[in-house]
Design a protein around this ligand. Structure first.
Ligand code: AMP
Length: 218
């Protein structure tokens, strides 16, 4: 199974990707997670990416494409993966197609998660995460047991700098301008399935599993 999860920030791609990879025991390549780890570890990549990320802008294509190419060579079962948050621009999608075609492992499917703008803003602005173990919460939909600390490790929760109002607006604008064109890109290549991401996490997961069941891993 080789699948891309496409959609605006906050549609639930990451949450669903976690569950699907746990079920199928395949790799998840999330460029957002990889970039945040690079920022935390203060690598040269992280230092380059941080400013773009804090403002809600995209990290340059060349940087992200290099990162994904590297990851694709590292994963244990390189023929099966979910890409979460990549590609986000047409040049990224073209580079991905070239790499995968070169390896003889083209994409099976692209899942486009759809959620209204209003709901996305609600989800992102209430999101909190643990700076230590990376667990995520939502102040209304998935609150931690105690007021503001992590259920798993007790660390004080934080809001991602790009989940603040101004950065959210920028991320949605960037999505419309640079990522939404991938819907027709993949529609033309007959790879796209739409998914209503506005339902509960469980309902979206069940629908997703039905869609993916035809691409069962060996
Ligand atoms: P995410 O967690 O997927 O919302 O990503 C967080 C941030 O990381 C984005 O707002 C971008 O700044 C950066 N980022 C993640 N994936 C990409 C990508 N494919 N291309 C460019 N920037 C990315």
């Amino acid at each position: 199974m080789r699948v891309v999860f496409l959609g605006a920030p906050g549609v639930g791609k990451g949450t669903q990707a976690e569950r699907v990879v746990a079920h199928y025991q395949i790799a998840k390549i999330s460029t957002g997670d990889l970039l945040r780890a690079a920022v935390r570890n203060k690598t040269s990549l992280g230092l380059e990416a941080k400013g773009h990320m804090d403002e809600g802008r995209l990290v340059p294509d060349s940087v992200v494409i290099g990162l994904v190419k590297e990851k694709l060579t590292e994963i244990p079962k390189p023929k099966e993966f979910i890409l979460d948050g990549f590609p986000r621009t047409v040049p990224q999608a073209e580079a991905l197609a070239e790499v995968l075609d070169g390896k003889g492992i083209p994409l099976d499917r692209v899942i486009n998660f759809r959620v209204s703008r209003e709901e996305i803003i609600k989800r992102l602005s209430g999101r909190r995460s643990c700076p230590k173990c990376q667990a995520t919460y939502h102040i209304d939909f998935a609150p931690p047991k105690s007021d503001d600390s992590c259920d798993r490790c007790g660390e004080i929760l934080v809001q991602r700098s790009d989940d603040q109002r101004e950065a959210i607006e920028m991320r949605l604008k960037v999505y419309e301008e640079q990522t939404a064109p991938l819907i027709s890109f993949y529609e033309q290549r007959r790879l796209l399935s739409h998914l209503n991401g506005a339902e509960s996490v469980e309902d979206v997961y069940q629908e997703l599993m039905r869609t993916l069941s035809v691409y069962q891993t060996a």
